[in-house]
Design a protein around this ligand. Structure first.
Ligand SMILES: N[C@@H](CCC(=O)N[C@@H](CS)C(=O)NCC(=O)O)C(=O)O
Length: 211
């Protein structure tokens, strides 16, 4: 199994977290997002969207990070990250879709302005874009914070794909200055995820020119 990824990519991180948690061995191949390698051949033939991560499992090529998480879990007998019972799975799916549609895109606006631009030499953050992203984060982080007020984990009372998917979207919260200081339940949960072995083992080294 091969994973085409970038170490600073939150979308890649969620796949690495699941692979590490499940002890799925995979060769890791960096696609250099800072030079545009993702929009050139051969990567475009792996993913016509020109993005990472992409999994290649013996010729079965799969893109979209949450689809890859689900595939890895489904291939692992006895795993507990992705429930097999209908309601448990539906609840985890709810948070995966919500993450993809709402929370991660909100975080991405600010991560792009405050972190990716510096990493790729694209100039200063645009204050209007930062404000737009911060408003979206306020809208969705408050939902997650409220949900976590009486819970240790997002779903099922245990670590699931939902935690890894959502936490990955906050992986650059510090260097990208995501405005989450007021969300105590969210921050406490993020701290719990960051204590997990899989999180520690997938921590990337920060690039010198970003942050
Ligand atoms: N929905 C996709 C998003 C993938 C994505 O946007 N990846 C970013 C890195 S975090 C990327 O490859 N960006 C390269 C670019 O936009 O040129 C997924 O979940 O896999």
């Amino acid at each position: 199994m091969k994973l085409f990824f970038h170490p600073m990519s939150g979308n890649s991180r969620r796949v690495l977290l699941v692979a590490t948690h499940l002890e799925v061995a995979m060769e890791r191949i960096v696609v250099d997002l800072t030079t545009g390698e993702q929009r050139q051949s051969p990567h475009l033939s792996r993913n016509p969207n020109g993005r990472v991560p992409v999994l290649d499992d013996d010729g079965f090529v799969l893109w979209e990070s949450r689809a890859i998480m689900q595939y890895l879990a489904d291939k692992t007998p006895g795993q507990t990250l992705y429930p097999t019972e209908a309601r448990g799975r539906a609840d985890v799916n709810r948070w995966l879709f919500w993450c993809a549609q709402h929370m991660a895109p909100a975080n991405t606006v600010v991560v792009f302005e405050n972190f990716v631009k510096a990493m790729t030499g694209r100039g200063a953050p645009d204050p209007a874009e930062v404000a737009r992203g911060e408003a979206l984060i306020a809208q969705y982080a408050s939902v997650l914070d409220g949900h976590l007020a009486d819970k240790e984990w997002v779903s099922q009372g245990r670590v699931t794909l939902a935690d890894y998917s959502l936490a990955s979207s906050f992986a650059l919260a510090g260097p990208a200055r995501l405005p989450i200081a007021q969300y105590a339940h969210l921050r406490a949960w993020l701290g719990r995820v960051q204590e997990l072995d899989a999180w520690k083992r997938t921590q990337p080294a920060m690039p010198a020119k970003a942050g």
